[in-house]
Design a protein around this ligand. Structure first.
Ligand SMILES: [Zn+2]
Length: 374
Protein backbone atom coordinates (compact mmCIF):
# COMPACT_ATOMS: atom_id res chain seq x y z
CA UNK A 1 0.00 0.00 0.00
CA UNK A 2 1.34 3.43 -0.87
CA UNK A 3 2.24 5.66 2.09
CA UNK A 4 -0.75 7.41 3.59
CA UNK A 5 -2.73 8.32 6.69
CA UNK A 6 -5.74 6.09 7.34
CA UNK A 7 -8.66 7.28 9.43
CA UNK A 8 -10.30 4.75 11.75
CA UNK A 9 -13.77 5.59 13.07
CA UNK A 10 -14.66 4.10 16.45
CA UNK A 11 -17.44 1.61 15.79
CA UNK A 12 -20.66 1.88 17.70
CA UNK A 13 -22.38 -1.41 16.88
CA UNK A 14 -25.73 -0.40 18.32
CA UNK A 15 -27.12 0.96 15.04
CA UNK A 16 -29.55 -0.82 12.73
CA UNK A 17 -28.39 -2.69 9.61
CA UNK A 18 -28.89 0.12 7.12
CA UNK A 19 -26.51 2.42 9.05
CA UNK A 20 -23.68 -0.12 9.45
CA UNK A 21 -21.11 1.30 7.08
CA UNK A 22 -19.00 -1.87 7.19
CA UNK A 23 -21.73 -3.77 5.29
CA UNK A 24 -23.04 -3.28 1.77
CA UNK A 25 -26.53 -2.51 3.10
CA UNK A 26 -25.42 1.00 3.97
CA UNK A 27 -25.13 3.84 1.39
CA UNK A 28 -21.56 4.46 2.66
CA UNK A 29 -19.01 1.65 2.84
CA UNK A 30 -15.80 1.96 4.82
CA UNK A 31 -13.47 -0.90 5.63
CA UNK A 32 -11.01 0.44 8.24
CA UNK A 33 -12.53 0.21 11.71
CA UNK A 34 -11.54 0.68 15.32
CA UNK A 35 -13.47 -1.41 17.83
CA UNK A 36 -13.37 -1.04 21.58
CA UNK A 37 -14.80 -3.33 24.31
CA UNK A 38 -16.99 -0.55 25.72
CA UNK A 39 -18.17 1.22 22.56
CA UNK A 40 -18.50 -1.78 20.26
CA UNK A 41 -19.32 -4.38 22.90
CA UNK A 42 -17.45 -7.31 24.41
CA UNK A 43 -20.03 -9.72 23.00
CA UNK A 44 -19.12 -8.79 19.40
CA UNK A 45 -16.70 -10.88 17.39
CA UNK A 46 -15.50 -11.13 13.83
CA UNK A 47 -18.67 -12.97 12.78
CA UNK A 48 -20.58 -9.71 13.36
CA UNK A 49 -18.25 -8.06 10.82
CA UNK A 50 -18.37 -10.54 7.96
CA UNK A 51 -16.70 -8.82 5.09
CA UNK A 52 -13.45 -9.85 3.49
CA UNK A 53 -12.26 -6.35 2.87
CA UNK A 54 -12.53 -5.20 6.49
CA UNK A 55 -9.46 -4.27 8.51
CA UNK A 56 -10.39 -4.28 12.17
CA UNK A 57 -8.20 -2.70 14.84
CA UNK A 58 -9.05 -3.27 18.49
CA UNK A 59 -8.39 -0.89 21.31
CA UNK A 60 -7.96 -2.34 24.79
CA UNK A 61 -10.77 -0.24 26.23
CA UNK A 62 -8.76 2.11 28.37
CA UNK A 63 -6.98 1.76 31.62
CA UNK A 64 -10.06 0.82 33.66
CA UNK A 65 -9.51 -2.77 32.62
CA UNK A 66 -5.94 -2.93 33.84
CA UNK A 67 -6.32 -1.05 37.09
CA UNK A 68 -8.68 -3.71 38.48
CA UNK A 69 -7.09 -7.14 38.29
CA UNK A 70 -4.26 -6.47 35.91
CA UNK A 71 -3.27 -9.92 34.75
CA UNK A 72 -6.79 -11.29 34.34
CA UNK A 73 -8.08 -8.09 32.75
CA UNK A 74 -5.26 -7.87 30.20
CA UNK A 75 -5.71 -11.47 29.11
CA UNK A 76 -9.51 -11.13 28.94
CA UNK A 77 -9.08 -8.11 26.69
CA UNK A 78 -6.58 -10.01 24.56
CA UNK A 79 -8.95 -12.97 24.11
CA UNK A 80 -11.69 -10.59 22.98
CA UNK A 81 -9.27 -8.81 20.60
CA UNK A 82 -8.26 -12.17 19.10
CA UNK A 83 -11.91 -13.00 18.42
CA UNK A 84 -12.66 -9.74 16.67
CA UNK A 85 -9.57 -7.99 15.27
CA UNK A 86 -6.74 -8.24 12.78
CA UNK A 87 -4.62 -5.79 14.78
CA UNK A 88 -4.83 -5.00 18.49
CA UNK A 89 -3.31 -2.56 20.97
CA UNK A 90 -1.89 -3.61 24.34
CA UNK A 91 -3.49 -2.51 27.64
CA UNK A 92 -1.76 0.40 29.27
CA UNK A 93 -2.08 2.70 32.25
CA UNK A 94 -1.74 6.29 31.04
CA UNK A 95 0.38 8.40 33.44
CA UNK A 96 -1.96 11.37 32.93
CA UNK A 97 -4.64 9.49 34.89
CA UNK A 98 -2.76 10.90 37.93
CA UNK A 99 -2.90 14.43 36.48
CA UNK A 100 -1.71 16.38 33.47
CA UNK A 101 1.36 17.34 35.46
CA UNK A 102 2.31 13.84 36.58
CA UNK A 103 5.68 13.35 38.28
CA UNK A 104 8.57 11.23 37.07
CA UNK A 105 7.80 8.58 39.70
CA UNK A 106 4.20 8.38 38.54
CA UNK A 107 5.38 8.11 34.94
CA UNK A 108 7.78 5.27 35.75
CA UNK A 109 5.17 3.40 37.80
CA UNK A 110 2.75 3.47 34.84
CA UNK A 111 5.46 2.57 32.38
CA UNK A 112 6.62 -0.53 34.27
CA UNK A 113 3.10 -1.79 34.90
CA UNK A 114 1.92 -1.10 31.33
CA UNK A 115 4.93 -2.80 29.80
CA UNK A 116 4.46 -5.80 32.08
CA UNK A 117 0.88 -6.09 30.78
CA UNK A 118 2.08 -5.62 27.19
CA UNK A 119 4.69 -8.38 27.56
CA UNK A 120 2.10 -10.73 29.01
CA UNK A 121 -0.21 -10.05 26.07
CA UNK A 122 2.69 -10.52 23.63
CA UNK A 123 3.50 -13.90 25.23
CA UNK A 124 -0.11 -15.10 24.91
CA UNK A 125 -0.45 -13.80 21.35
CA UNK A 126 2.70 -15.36 19.87
CA UNK A 127 0.86 -18.23 18.18
CA UNK A 128 -2.09 -16.17 16.96
CA UNK A 129 -2.64 -14.64 13.60
CA UNK A 130 -3.35 -11.18 15.10
CA UNK A 131 -0.90 -8.28 14.95
CA UNK A 132 -0.14 -6.75 18.33
CA UNK A 133 0.89 -3.08 18.66
CA UNK A 134 2.62 -1.98 21.86
CA UNK A 135 1.18 1.21 23.38
CA UNK A 136 3.64 4.02 24.17
CA UNK A 137 2.88 7.00 26.41
CA UNK A 138 4.79 10.21 26.99
CA UNK A 139 4.54 14.00 26.80
CA UNK A 140 8.00 14.59 25.38
CA UNK A 141 10.44 12.93 23.01
CA UNK A 142 12.54 11.72 25.95
CA UNK A 143 9.60 10.23 27.84
CA UNK A 144 8.43 8.42 24.70
CA UNK A 145 11.93 7.10 24.06
CA UNK A 146 12.30 5.87 27.63
CA UNK A 147 8.91 4.07 27.46
CA UNK A 148 9.71 2.54 24.05
CA UNK A 149 13.13 1.29 25.15
CA UNK A 150 11.65 -0.37 28.22
CA UNK A 151 8.78 -1.86 26.16
CA UNK A 152 11.12 -3.37 23.57
CA UNK A 153 14.04 -4.49 25.74
CA UNK A 154 13.26 -8.20 25.17
CA UNK A 155 11.41 -8.22 21.82
CA UNK A 156 9.74 -5.83 19.46
CA UNK A 157 6.07 -5.60 18.41
CA UNK A 158 4.29 -5.72 15.05
CA UNK A 159 3.73 -1.97 15.34
CA UNK A 160 3.20 0.70 17.99
CA UNK A 161 0.41 2.85 19.21
CA UNK A 162 1.11 6.35 20.51
CA UNK A 163 -1.52 7.97 22.69
CA UNK A 164 -2.38 11.61 21.93
CA UNK A 165 -5.08 12.03 24.53
CA UNK A 166 -2.85 13.39 27.28
CA UNK A 167 -3.28 17.08 26.56
CA UNK A 168 -6.38 18.86 25.38
CA UNK A 169 -4.81 22.25 24.78
CA UNK A 170 -5.19 23.38 21.16
CA UNK A 171 -2.50 26.00 21.32
CA UNK A 172 0.32 23.71 22.37
CA UNK A 173 1.00 21.31 19.51
CA UNK A 174 2.22 18.52 21.78
CA UNK A 175 1.73 15.90 19.04
CA UNK A 176 4.72 17.25 17.12
CA UNK A 177 6.92 15.67 19.80
CA UNK A 178 5.09 12.39 19.21
CA UNK A 179 5.59 12.61 15.43
CA UNK A 180 9.24 13.53 15.89
CA UNK A 181 9.66 10.43 18.02
CA UNK A 182 7.65 8.30 15.53
CA UNK A 183 10.11 9.29 12.79
CA UNK A 184 12.75 7.19 14.59
CA UNK A 185 10.68 3.97 14.48
CA UNK A 186 10.52 2.16 11.12
CA UNK A 187 7.19 0.45 11.84
CA UNK A 188 3.51 1.13 11.43
CA UNK A 189 2.12 3.33 14.18
CA UNK A 190 -1.41 4.10 15.27
CA UNK A 191 -2.05 7.54 16.80
CA UNK A 192 -4.75 7.19 19.38
CA UNK A 193 -7.49 9.76 19.88
CA UNK A 194 -6.92 12.69 17.51
CA UNK A 195 -8.44 13.43 14.11
CA UNK A 196 -8.75 17.19 13.46
CA UNK A 197 -7.79 18.47 10.01
CA UNK A 198 -4.47 19.97 11.05
CA UNK A 199 -3.32 16.67 12.53
CA UNK A 200 -4.71 14.70 9.57
CA UNK A 201 -2.94 16.91 7.00
CA UNK A 202 0.40 16.79 8.82
CA UNK A 203 0.14 13.02 9.33
CA UNK A 204 -0.55 12.52 5.61
CA UNK A 205 2.62 14.31 4.53
CA UNK A 206 4.58 12.76 7.41
CA UNK A 207 3.55 9.35 5.96
CA UNK A 208 4.94 10.41 2.57
CA UNK A 209 8.23 11.53 4.08
CA UNK A 210 8.56 8.34 6.13
CA UNK A 211 7.27 6.11 3.30
CA UNK A 212 4.94 4.45 5.78
CA UNK A 213 1.22 4.01 6.50
CA UNK A 214 -0.11 5.43 9.75
CA UNK A 215 -3.57 5.10 11.26
CA UNK A 216 -5.38 7.56 13.53
CA UNK A 217 -8.81 7.53 15.08
CA UNK A 218 -11.60 9.37 16.77
CA UNK A 219 -15.21 8.83 17.64
CA UNK A 220 -16.09 12.30 16.34
CA UNK A 221 -18.42 11.14 13.54
CA UNK A 222 -20.70 9.82 16.32
CA UNK A 223 -21.42 13.36 17.55
CA UNK A 224 -24.38 13.27 15.13
CA UNK A 225 -26.13 10.59 17.13
CA UNK A 226 -25.02 11.84 20.52
CA UNK A 227 -25.45 15.60 20.17
CA UNK A 228 -27.15 16.21 16.80
CA UNK A 229 -23.93 17.85 15.57
CA UNK A 230 -23.38 18.04 11.83
CA UNK A 231 -19.81 18.57 10.59
CA UNK A 232 -19.72 21.28 7.93
CA UNK A 233 -18.09 19.57 4.91
CA UNK A 234 -15.92 22.55 3.98
CA UNK A 235 -15.08 24.37 7.22
CA UNK A 236 -15.38 21.41 9.66
CA UNK A 237 -17.35 23.58 12.08
CA UNK A 238 -20.00 21.70 14.06
CA UNK A 239 -23.53 22.82 13.28
CA UNK A 240 -26.43 22.01 15.51
CA UNK A 241 -29.34 20.20 13.81
CA UNK A 242 -32.12 20.19 16.34
CA UNK A 243 -35.81 19.32 16.24
CA UNK A 244 -36.39 22.64 17.97
CA UNK A 245 -36.03 25.70 15.74
CA UNK A 246 -34.73 27.88 18.56
CA UNK A 247 -31.84 25.49 19.25
CA UNK A 248 -30.92 24.99 15.62
CA UNK A 249 -28.10 26.81 13.87
CA UNK A 250 -29.31 29.02 11.08
CA UNK A 251 -29.36 26.40 8.34
CA UNK A 252 -32.05 26.03 5.69
CA UNK A 253 -30.61 23.39 3.42
CA UNK A 254 -27.72 20.96 3.67
CA UNK A 255 -24.45 22.45 2.36
CA UNK A 256 -23.13 19.13 1.16
CA UNK A 257 -22.93 16.77 -1.86
CA UNK A 258 -22.21 13.55 0.05
CA UNK A 259 -24.16 10.30 -0.60
CA UNK A 260 -26.41 11.11 2.40
CA UNK A 261 -27.09 14.82 1.96
CA UNK A 262 -27.58 14.53 -1.79
CA UNK A 263 -30.46 12.07 -1.19
CA UNK A 264 -31.99 13.38 2.03
CA UNK A 265 -33.58 16.57 3.26
CA UNK A 266 -32.63 18.60 6.31
CA UNK A 267 -35.74 17.20 8.03
CA UNK A 268 -34.66 13.62 7.33
CA UNK A 269 -31.36 14.27 9.08
CA UNK A 270 -32.99 16.08 11.97
CA UNK A 271 -35.29 13.11 12.53
CA UNK A 272 -32.65 10.40 12.02
CA UNK A 273 -29.42 11.20 13.80
CA UNK A 274 -27.74 8.06 12.33
CA UNK A 275 -27.87 9.89 8.98
CA UNK A 276 -25.91 12.77 10.53
CA UNK A 277 -23.34 10.21 11.74
CA UNK A 278 -22.99 8.83 8.21
CA UNK A 279 -22.60 12.30 6.71
CA UNK A 280 -19.99 13.14 9.39
CA UNK A 281 -18.15 9.92 8.66
CA UNK A 282 -18.11 10.59 4.92
CA UNK A 283 -16.75 14.09 5.54
CA UNK A 284 -13.96 12.74 7.77
CA UNK A 285 -13.01 9.97 5.33
CA UNK A 286 -13.08 12.35 2.36
CA UNK A 287 -10.83 14.90 4.01
CA UNK A 288 -8.35 12.12 4.78
CA UNK A 289 -8.36 11.05 1.12
CA UNK A 290 -7.94 14.68 0.06
CA UNK A 291 -5.01 15.15 2.48
CA UNK A 292 -3.30 12.01 1.13
CA UNK A 293 -3.70 13.27 -2.43
CA UNK A 294 -2.29 16.77 -1.78
CA UNK A 295 0.55 15.43 0.40
CA UNK A 296 2.28 13.88 -2.59
CA UNK A 297 3.28 17.44 -3.55
CA UNK A 298 4.95 19.69 -0.92
CA UNK A 299 3.80 22.86 -2.71
CA UNK A 300 0.14 21.76 -2.53
CA UNK A 301 0.53 20.77 1.10
CA UNK A 302 1.79 24.27 2.00
CA UNK A 303 -1.45 25.79 0.73
CA UNK A 304 -3.61 23.26 2.60
CA UNK A 305 -1.65 23.75 5.83
CA UNK A 306 -2.48 27.46 5.89
CA UNK A 307 -6.17 26.63 5.63
CA UNK A 308 -6.23 24.11 8.49
CA UNK A 309 -4.08 25.93 11.06
CA UNK A 310 -6.40 27.52 13.65
CA UNK A 311 -6.73 31.28 13.34
CA UNK A 312 -5.10 32.29 16.60
CA UNK A 313 -1.91 33.90 17.81
CA UNK A 314 -0.02 30.60 17.63
CA UNK A 315 -0.36 30.29 13.85
CA UNK A 316 3.19 31.26 13.03
CA UNK A 317 4.70 29.03 15.72
CA UNK A 318 2.70 26.05 14.52
CA UNK A 319 3.73 26.67 10.93
CA UNK A 320 7.39 26.88 11.90
CA UNK A 321 7.19 23.67 13.98
CA UNK A 322 5.55 21.77 11.12
CA UNK A 323 8.13 23.14 8.69
CA UNK A 324 10.95 21.92 10.95
CA UNK A 325 9.41 18.47 11.49
CA UNK A 326 8.95 17.87 7.78
CA UNK A 327 12.13 19.55 6.58
CA UNK A 328 10.24 21.89 4.25
CA UNK A 329 11.89 25.01 2.82
CA UNK A 330 9.97 28.23 2.45
CA UNK A 331 6.37 27.83 3.60
CA UNK A 332 5.03 29.95 0.73
CA UNK A 333 3.74 27.73 -2.05
CA UNK A 334 5.06 28.32 -5.54
CA UNK A 335 1.53 27.67 -6.91
CA UNK A 336 -1.25 30.15 -7.48
CA UNK A 337 -4.64 29.05 -6.11
CA UNK A 338 -6.15 28.24 -9.52
CA UNK A 339 -3.05 26.29 -10.52
CA UNK A 340 -3.25 24.30 -7.27
CA UNK A 341 -6.93 23.48 -7.84
CA UNK A 342 -6.18 22.22 -11.36
CA UNK A 343 -3.31 20.04 -10.07
CA UNK A 344 -5.42 18.55 -7.28
CA UNK A 345 -8.25 17.77 -9.68
CA UNK A 346 -5.88 15.92 -12.01
CA UNK A 347 -4.58 13.88 -9.08
CA UNK A 348 -8.17 13.06 -8.04
CA UNK A 349 -8.98 11.87 -11.56
CA UNK A 350 -5.84 9.74 -11.68
CA UNK A 351 -6.46 8.17 -8.27
CA UNK A 352 -7.12 4.44 -8.62
CA UNK A 353 -8.80 3.79 -5.29
CA UNK A 354 -11.66 6.28 -5.58
CA UNK A 355 -15.15 5.55 -6.89
CA UNK A 356 -16.62 7.90 -9.52
CA UNK A 357 -18.88 9.33 -6.81
CA UNK A 358 -15.91 10.00 -4.51
CA UNK A 359 -14.05 11.73 -7.34
CA UNK A 360 -16.96 14.05 -8.03
CA UNK A 361 -17.37 14.81 -4.34
CA UNK A 362 -13.65 15.53 -3.88
CA UNK A 363 -13.52 17.80 -6.92
CA UNK A 364 -16.53 19.74 -5.60
CA UNK A 365 -14.87 19.86 -2.17
CA UNK A 366 -11.54 21.06 -3.61
CA UNK A 367 -13.09 24.10 -5.27
CA UNK A 368 -15.01 25.12 -2.13
CA UNK A 369 -12.17 24.37 0.27
CA UNK A 370 -9.57 26.26 -1.74
CA UNK A 371 -11.89 29.26 -1.67
CA UNK A 372 -11.64 29.46 2.15
CA UNK A 373 -9.92 32.59 3.35
CA UNK A 374 -6.79 32.15 5.46
ZN1 LIG B 1 -23.30 15.28 3.65
Amino acid sequence: MSPRAIYLPVVNYGTSDEYRYWTNKCPIFYNNLLVSPFTTGRNRSRKHFNGEKLKIYADSGGFQTVTMNKRVASLNVLRWQQRIAHTAFTSDIPPHHFSKNYTKDQFLKCMYQSNKNANLMWEFNKDYDMQLYGVIQGRTYNELKMWYEDLTKDHDYDGYCISLSNNKSDTDLYWLEQLHFASTIPKRIHFLGKSDRLFNAVLSIFAQKQNQCYTFDSSSSNIGGRFGKYIHPITETHLSLSKYESQRDNIESLPCNCPICSKHSLDDLINTTELINLHNLYVKISFCKFANIVSTDDELFKIILKKVIPRNKHRKTIETQVQKLLGLGSMSSSYENSEAIAKIQVKIDESKDLTDFDKEFLKWFTVKFMDLKV
